[in-house]
Every structure is written in C-alpha cells, then in structure tokens.
Ligand binder design. Structure first.
Ligand code: SAM
Length: 318
C-alpha cells in the first residue's frame, strides 16, 4: 500500500504523485490534496480570479521530507494524471499519460503510412555501429529474438548465433529483405497491441528507434513481458530522428533527456518490468564518409533502456 497522508487544511486523503520530470522538487513521491472544496485550493482559486487570472489555483502539496507547500495548477484536473496507483491496479496508456500525450498529428492508419517501403538507414553509420555493439554485448548467444517494429535491418550483426529472429512490422517488402529474419508478421500495434505469440516465446525482444510511434505503449510493454521468457530482456533503443507526424506528442514535446524518463515510465508503469540498465552514447564524431557528414553535427545520439519481466503487476506507479 502507498503511505497515506491527510491534508492539514481539509483533512481529506491526499493522493500520492510521482515527482514530475520537469520539476526540481526532489524525491520520488509527493502528496497532493485534490479536494476541490479544500479551503487552501478554493481561497487561492478565488483570489487569483479576482486578479483576473482565471482557472488557476494552488493545491496543498506535502513534501516527502516533511512540510507543506503550494503547487500551482492551471485547471482543476491538472496534475491528476500523475497520481500513482496502488499495486495491482493496471491503468491503460491513455489514463496514465493523458490522451493528448499519446496523440499524433497524423492519425490515419499506420499501415497506409508504411505501405511504401523505406530502404533507408534511420541512423548515421557511427550510431548504427553503436547499436550493433550494444546488442552484441547484451544479447546472449543462441537467443530467440523478437524484433518489434522491424524494418530491413535488425542490427544484430554482432550477436552470436541467434536461434531465430522474428520480426513484427508494417511493411512486407522491408521485412522480406531483412537478411537475419526467420519469420515475420505484419501487424499494426496501434490498432491491436496483442502480440500474436505464445507466452514465454522469446529470450530477447528489441525495439529500435520506433518506441516514439506507440500510441498504446503500456499495453504493448505488457504484451512484451508476456511473450518474454522469465530471464529474458526487452531492450528499447532510441535516438532523436523521427517521422514527426507519426510520433506521439509526449515524445515531440520532450527533450532527449526527458525521453529517457518517458521510456523508463513505459517500463515501470506497465507494472511488468524491472529496469536492468541504461546506456547513452552522445557527442561522438560523425565519420567523414557518412552520408550525413555534411550536416556537421555530432553523430546521432543513442539511448537505450532495458528491463527484465517481473510477471504480473510489480508496481504501477507513475
Ligand atoms: C524508424 S523505422 C525503424 C525500423 C527498424 N526498427 C530499424 O531499426 O531500422 C520505424 C518502424 O516502425 C514500424 N512501425 C511504425 N508504426 C508501427 C505500428 N503501428 N505497428 C507496428 N510497427 C510499426 C514501421 O514498420 C517501421 O519499420
């Protein structure tokens, strides 16, 4: 159970919220009084209204180190999306992050957008090499691998003797051209996040530079946990390139560092993973022979977060 606190102003139970990414509050959990009738809130709301500042007020926030302070809210619902849930609860992605955070500019079926094959490298050569090295280091020899949201390259060149590589993506020609794939499935995860595989089918699931397109991340992460063997790993690799119309708002509106936190939250809020590691490679020089060399900026950054399945509901905090 999450520890309870009562509001010193109205006595009602305060809700635990996880420290927002952009705040400097410190600590993991804070408590906020969301009672709209609490005098602390109503007085500030009315006082600001008198000054011409509408729909804004202060709620009472309890700091984990003790003591109360005001937290500004710009609507009666603001910050409610950060309320941490009890263990065992399972929130869907929209309730956890808010619908607009997971919306994107182009909401037409993804199958249409990806109908045309894109035989392009999504990263520069240095970054591609970094991804291969990372997979080579993290993926044990003889693994059964699922490449989720796959294209023509699975970046598994340094992985020793995988027993199988299964791909799930949206473009048949791209997947057919993938030289390491033993089988593939076409499926739009944003319209059906249920993976068409049995429980405990894979040692490793990788997702490379694609997590930003998931509109149902928690549902997909839970499915990944189901199809992974108990000692398996889900490795999510990402960079800073994207097809903006198809990337979800939370991704586009976050800085690179915040995106790491977003992916960590996909793992932890799914309630089915324990994060095992984090990797970052930034600021490497771009090789002269690279086709992106003319852009004159460092090589594409690579970030990765990986986690081990924990079975059902290991905790469901935001
Ligand atoms: C930037 S590409 C990355 C491809 C590959 N993972 C790589 O590393 O080169 C994004 C991939 O995500 C896949 N994808 C995008 N939206 C998807 C969806 N809704 N369901 C399944 N796959 C999707 C596309 O098929 C595309 O291959």
């Amino acid at each position: 159970m999450l520890e309870g606190h009562n509001c010193p102003y109205c006595g009602s139970q305060m809700d635990p919220i996880r420290t927002p990414m952009e705040s400097s509050w410190g600590g993991e959990l804070h408590h906020i009084c969301f009672n709209d009738d609490c005098s602390y809130f109503t007085r500030s709301w009315k006082a600001l209204e008198r000054q011409g500042i509408r729909k804004t007020g202060y709620r009472c926030r309890m700091d984990p180190r003790g003591g109360c302070g005001p937290v500004p809210v710009w609507s009666k619902d603001a910050l409610k999306d950060l309320v941490a849930c009890e263990q065992g609860d399972e929130m869907d992605s929209a309730s956890c992050f808010g619908k607009s955070a997971l919306a994107r500019d182009d909401d037409t079926p993804d199958g249409d957008f990806y109908a045309r094959p894109r035989f392009v490298e999504h990263l520069d050569s240095c970054a591609l090499d970094t991804v291969e090295q990372l997979y080579g280091r993290l993926i044990p020899a003889g693994s059964a691998i699922l490449d989720l949201m796959a294209g023509p390259d699975s970046h598994l060149g340094r992985v020793t003797s995988p027993v199988s590589v299964t791909g799930l993506g949206l473009n048949e020609s791209e997947l057919k051209a993938n030289p390491v794939m033993s089988e593939h499935v076409i499926q739009d995860l944003n319209s059906d996040p249920t993976l068409p595989f049995d429980d405990n089918s894979f040692d490793i699931v990788v997702n490379t530079v694609s997590v930003d397109y998931l509109t149902l991340p928690l549902e997909v992460f839970r499915e990944v946990s189901r199809v992974l063997k108990p000692e398996g790993l889900f490795i999510v690799v990402f960079s800073n390139r994207m097809f903006p119309p198809k990337a979800v708002n939370i991704w586009k509106e976050s800085t690179e560092k915040q995106r790491v936190e977003v992916v960590r939250r996909f793992f932890t809020l799914s309630g089915r993973f324990a994060i095992q590691g984090y990797y970052e490679s930034t600021g490497k020089p771009r090789p002269e022979e690279d086709k992106y060399y003319g852009q004159g900026i460092p090589s594409d950054p690579i970030y990765a977060v990986w986690g081990k399945p924990t079975g059902k509901a290991a905790g469901c905090m935001h």
